[in-house]
Write a protein that binds this ligand. Structure first.
Ligand code: HMG
Length: 418
């Protein structure tokens, strides 16, 4: 087994936050509109609802909202680095992290940048964060993973679309999950899913992408086993990257076969699939939405249990790694998230979903104000002179009161970044 500094101290996830758009489309309605049997989406893909961002929501606002939740229990002055993982970037040069840094008023000495490798960008950020904290244990790293998954109307990928963000604070005082030092990684140049700069929607070879996902799982697992010497049975639960939740079943069956031992028990995956089933693919955030779903919805206390985590990013890079759930982790999570954040969303008609997705910001530099929809504490208020304008706002019509949290630093109301 590899011996690193990690072995002497624990490094991992201290705080987690999540944000999903306030609108959704039931996939039963999409199936009716597209003339498809609903069973294909609900059972075949394992998806029930699709999160849909309104025109005044983007990866920056979703990330800032998720980070606000994660930072509610962390001293923001301790944040040394902010890494923003996304594949729905809003600028070719300026990192989305800089906007989030401003919206959350993070310390000026905090390094802020963007990371990309499809859905695996967040996991690449996580590995870098572990190295930063291992080197200087007093430092904390904020990772935000935020994406809008779009394939286009009437495409096979359409029912797997979604949107959302997760924020994680990585530190030497992990209160939720201590990460273990052994990682299996895998890279191969493949064209299973990509998005050229001139397209708003991804190009995908869907069936091929599933094959490559499973191959990358086998390869990264094999390397992880070579590093750790562990068997699959030594992992109490597994969380997989979730482009659609049935993919986790395919992955777990594939891995169980490869690892030998008992046949796959897919019932153990159920807790990790609950949120994604209602949000859809959120690319970089997807694996960590699954992790939150497991930790927040599992009926039993998972403290002390080892989780196996698999991250896949098309193109492709993958990683298999593990973590041990910390004692008392539940105190730092939101067990009522489904009723507060998911059940209170607004149901869209197919026409409104299409109208939200057809909305385009002007590209000629003129001043434009986005229509006000329900968002979290931040919204994209418009564009002017080719600059995106963001503002903080009070969340509208939150039907269930927020769980009381430690006080957060207020961000002044109604300002714009220009
Ligand atoms: P498709 O080809 O239209 O669907 O699109 P299908 O014909 O394969 O049917 C899907 C499942 O529904 C099948 O089950 C059918 O049998 C079943 P399976 O054979 O797989 O077990 N089915 C039904 N079940 C119940 N009742 C019915 C019924 N009819 C059919 N009536 C596809 C599927 C996934 C290809 C498509 O949605 C797609 O292209 N999605 C986008 C790509 C994707 O998600 N790939 C996953 C791996 S790549 C990845 O994870 C990376 C990614 O997140 C991007 C990144 O890294 O940035 C995508």
């Amino acid at each position: 087994m590899r011996s690193t500094k990690h072995n002497q101290m624990q490094v991992g996830i201290e705080a987690l936050g999540m944000y999903v758009p306030r609108y959704y489309l039931p996939l039963r309605d999409l199936a009716a509109a597209r003339g498809v049997a609903p069973g294909k989406f609900l059972q075949g893909l394992g998806q029930e609802e699709m999160g849909v961002p309104p025109p005044d929501e983007d990866v920056v606002t979703m990330a800032a909202n998720a980070a606000r939740e994660a930072l509610a229990v962390v001293d923001t002055d301790s944040i040394d680095t902010l890494m923003f993982a996304t594949e729905s970037g809003i600028d070719q040069s300026k990192a989305a992290a800089i906007y989030v840094h401003h919206l959350l008023q993070l310390p000026k000495y905090c390094k802020s940048f963007e990371i990309k490798q499809a859905c695996c960008g967040s996991t690449a950020a996580l590995q870098m964060a572990l190295a930063i904290v291992a080197q200087r244990p007093e430092r904390k790293v904020l990772i935000v993973a935020s994406d809008v998954a779009r394939y286009g109307f009437n495409t096979p990928g359409e029912p797997t679309q979604g949107a959302g963000a997760v924020a994680m604070v990585i530190s030497a005082t992990p209160r939720i999950l201590a990460l273990e030092p052994e990682w299996g990684a895998y890279t191969e140049d493949v064209m299973d899913f990509w998005r050229p700069n001139y397209l708003d929607e991804a190009v995908v070879d869907g069936k091929y992408s599933i094959k490559v996902y499973l191959k990358a799982l086998a390869e990264s697992w094999t390397q992880y086993v070579a590093e750790s010497g562990r068997t699959l049975a030594q992992h109490d639960r597994c969380c997989y990257h979730l482009p659609f939740t049935r993919m986790a079943h395919k992955a777990h069956q594939h891995l169980s076969k490869l690892a030998g031992g008992d046949p796959a028990d897919v019932t153990l995956l159920a807790d990790s699939l609950q949120y994604n089933r209602r949000i859809g693919n959120s690319y970089t955030a997807s694996l960590y939405v699954g992790l939150l779903s497991l930790l927040e919805t599992a009926a039993t206390d998972l403290a002390g249990q080892r989780l196996g985590l698999f991250s896949y990013g098309s193109g492709c890079m993958a990683a298999f790694f593990s973590g041990v759930v910390m004692k008392g982790y539940r105190k730092h999570l939101q067990p009522d998230r489904a009723s507060v954040d998911l059940d209170t969303r607004h149901r869209l008609t197919v026409e409104l979903y299409e109208a939200f997705y057809r909305h385009e910001l002007p590209r000629d530099g003129r001043r434009y104000r986005t229509p006000v929809n329900e968002t979290g504490n931040f919204r994209l208020s418009g564009v002017e002179g080719h600059k995106r304008l963001y503002e903080s706002c009070a969340p509208v019509a939150r039907l269930v009161p927020e769980t009381p949290r430690a006080p957060v630093r207020r961000v002044g109301g109604g300002y714009c970044i220009a």
